[in-house]
Design a protein. Structure first.
Length: 363
């Protein structure tokens, strides 16, 4: 089998809230789909990170750099192709845009591998016959606390046992804790906003509300020593890693004792291959994987399969908004806190060509 073509599709799909009355949210959700075709008619799909101005740069790396490296090659030689792509791109920088592009290609190669084997990805990776994975509701950031409270209560009513807030203030956390009760797990993602001193001050103010973890509170995110110190002093488990690329950055994070929960993102870290390496590292360091996965396409599916195949991984992050349309046919929604794991070969679901056509951004 040989790779005959690599195509990249940039989609822009309007978002909306998931709870009534579900008004549109300003802006659209961008997705980069990587399509790899073979001479035996098997096609694989992957996804690359596409937020905040990155899409066209990432697409250029795939089109102009990675595609020539893999055309005509055997798609089953995933480790060999990954090594080639990493070595041939290291002069551009080992992390960020380059690795986002490689991630999408890698996921598509694993989709092909699963289709060739006739197995869902989690079985191909050595997982059990799982049918679902636990999920938590990842809320957007709200300026209105009443809307935040409504979203939190809606998620609780939908059966979620854990919430992620993207708020950065004590009052929002207090509002949600009082609304949902003590039994629900609450995490808080700060998105690398604070100095180490500010993070410690805020963590102390958060203490009465029993956070399950405090996520990426410190800028810059690779200041692993400060993260480790914060965790030791404040007593709240620290989560980090959505901005880390490759297992090497995670090894440095784990060596520093910077996080209780590490958060590889399949479409940023280096795809299925690198995510799986990170999960093995987590086992060696006896920490948990809490994957970063606020996606709606192949990246979400790849993450769900990886969680099912990884003893160190527990939860699927499920972004608590909806898209106007899904590029995946029959994409399951979370029910009673669980995401139904697709059982078809590879990633397990088909691409909807009508959605691909309708929402594709012209090149």
């Amino acid at each position: 089998m040989k790779i005959t073509d690599v195509q990249v599709h940039l989609l822009a799909v309007p978002m909306k809230e998931v709870f009534p009355p579900s008004p549109p949210i300003a802006g659209v959700f961008h997705q980069i789909l990587v399509e790899i075709k073979t001479d035996e008619g098997i096609t694989g799909y992957g996804e690359s990170f596409a937020l905040r101005g990155t899409p066209h740069a990432t697409i250029a790396v795939i089109d102009q750099v990675l595609k020539p490296l893999i055309l005509g090659e055997d798609p089953s030689n995933i480790s060999g192709l990954m090594e080639r792509m990493y070595r041939q791109t290291h002069l551009f920088g080992r992390y960020g845009i380059t690795t986002f592009a490689i991630s999408g290609v890698d996921i598509a190669l694993w989709d092909i591998a699963g289709k060739c084997a006739g197995l869902p990805l989690h079985r191909l990776l050595g997982g059990t016959k799982a049918t679902e994975v636990p999920a938590y509701a990842s809320l957007i950031r709200y300026n209105d606390r009443e809307k935040l409270k409504a979203a939190a209560l809606d998620a609780k009513g939908a059966g979620y046992a854990m919430l992620k807030l993207h708020q950065v203030d004590v009052e929002s956390l207090r509002t949600v804790r009082e609304a949902v009760g003590e039994e629900m797990k609450i995490t808080m993602d700060i998105n690398c906003a604070w100095s180490p001193e500010k993070a410690l001050d805020m963590a102390r103010q958060f203490t009465p509300y029993h956070l399950f973890w405090l996520e990426e509170p410190i800028w810059p995110p690779e200041d692993f020593q400060s993260l480790a110190r914060l965790g030791r002093i404040c007593g709240i488990p620290i989560a980090s890693g959505e901005n880390a690329c490759t297992a090497y950055q995670f090894k440095a994070m784990l060596d520093a004792g910077a996080a209780t929960y590490i958060q590889p993102s399949a479409i940023k870290v280096g795809g299925v291959s690198e995510w799986h390496k990170v999960a093995v590292l987590a086992e060696a360091f006896n920490v948990k994987v809490a994957a970063h996965s606020p996606y709606f396409g192949p990246g979400l599916l790849a993450t769900a399969h990886l969680i099912a195949a990884s003893p160190s991984a527990d939860w699927l992050e499920y972004y608590y908004v909806a898209l106007e349309a899904s590029v995946m046919k029959d994409l399951p929604r979370v029910k009673e806190g669980f995401f139904a794991l697709p059982q078809g070969p590879g990633l397990g679901l088909e691409i909807d060509p009508a959605v691909l056509q309708k929402y594709r951004v012209p090149s």
